[in-house]
Design a protein around this ligand. Structure first.
Ligand code: NAD
Length: 341
């Protein structure tokens, strides 16, 4: 196992939900961490400008809190639009770096289907820029880590997928993630740039502002409203608590055998939306939940088999929905008063 002490790691899109959690953990473990982020997509400046977005004021405070935490931990944040090839090229050559983690994207399937142009720009243009700079010998980048998605699989026809299950994405988001995986592998073939592709699913946890189902449930419950959820109550997802993913990424960084591999990285056991709603009801017994039919671009999903990550990396997720989601609800309930004032 390789130590993280002294490792020089750049996270592009590192002020987002996953990125800021990763950056803080890496810094605590002794890595030299730099975050590059525009703060424009699903982040601070977006909520500063888009006051009409539901709960925008709360998301502004949550994204500000992420920035405060990065600062408190002594993590350098550089505001940069990763679509800018020249500037990103300059930075990646100036800042010492052996590992680049690419997270920048429009990280939401519904938004991607509504605005493909912007999604391609922020997801593929940014990726092409970082890959192209990483392949040159003007820096020491020798490991490129990419966040793909469970959406590359399309429908989970048997309810469970392994990394060998053929990919057949539906809609813009999944198609772009699959395309991105192909481009990364092509850079390995053409330039020898070692990669690791991580396929997470349905993350939840502290300071998420992406408005996925688990977050909406809690916010609506706290506001005592009715909750309308798209997708029938038997739809199942491999809900994953952020700490499990962060632990998994540490394993990727510590184990050289993660190179040139693709890993499912989830809890590894799907739960239904109804099971998630039942946990919310324990905390908010009076909440009323309505279900709306899901749209045709949302695939039927389920469990991502994590056996490969368990065997190769000793990945060992600790938080089934029953404990991780309770922890998240308790945090949100505790934070709510200060967030809404
Ligand atoms: N959260 C999940 O459940 C989940 C599941 C599967 C895959 N992923 C993938 O993981 C990655 C991170 O997801 P997240 O949940 O942290 O999303 P997020 O929206 O919280 O973070 C994405 C970050 O990228 C930044 N960004 C976007 N375009 C940029 C640009 N042009 N220049 C610089 N920065 C830019 C944003 O400002 C934001 O901080 C994404 O690629 C996403 O598709 C997330």
């Amino acid at each position: 196992m390789k130590t993280l002490v002294g490792r020089k790691i750049i996270l592009v899109g590192g002020a987002g939900f996953i990125g800021h959690h990763l950056a803080i953990r890496l810094k605590k473990l002794g890595a030299q961490v730099t975050v590059l982020d525009s703060l424009m997509i699903n982040n601070y400046y977006h909520y500063l400008q888009q006051k009409h977005v539901p709960n925008a004021e709360i998301y502004l405070k949550l994204t500000q809190k992420r920035l405060d935490l990065l600062k408190e931990h002594g993590i350098r944040l550089i505001e940069v639009d990763a679509r800018d090839y020249r500037f990103i090229g300059f930075l990646l050559c100036e800042i010492p770096c052996d590992t680049l983690i690419h997270l920048a994207a429009v990280a939401h399937a519904d938004k991607s289907n509504k605005d493909p142009y912007s999604t391609i720009d922020h997801s593929i243009r940014t990726l092409e820029n970082t890959l192209d700079v990483a392949r040159t010998n003007h820096n020491d980048i020798n490991h490129f880590i990419f966040f793909s998605s469970s959406m590359v699989y399309g429908n989970f026809n048997s309810g469970i997928v392994t990394e060998d299950t053929p990919c057949d994405p539906i809609g813009i988001y999944g198609a772009l993630k699959y395309c991105a995986e192909k481009i990364i592998k092509a850079y390995k073939e053409a330039f020898g740039l070692a990669y690791t592709i991580i396929r997470p699913s349905a993350l939840y946890g502290e300071r998420c502002v992406s408005r996925r189902v688990g977050q909406i449930f809690i916010e609506e419950a706290l506001k005592k409203g009715e909750i309308s959820i798209t997708g029938d109550k038997t739809s199942s997802l491999d809900f994953t608590y952020i700490d499990d993913l962060v632990n998994g990424v540490m394993k990727v960084l510590e184990n050289d055998n993660s190179r040139n591999q693709t890993f499912n990285m989830t809890y590894g056991e799907a739960r239904t939306i109804k099971q998630m709603a039942d946990i919310v009801k324990e905390f908010f017994p009076n909440i009323k939940i309505n279900y709306q039919s899901k749209d045709k671009l949302t695939p039927d999903r389920g469990t991502l088999d994590v056996k490969k990550a368990r065997e190769m990396l000793s990945y060992n997720p600790q938080y089934p929905l029953e404990s991780g989601y309770r922890k998240y609800i308790e945090w949100y309930m505790k934070s709510w008063e200060s967030l809404k004032s």
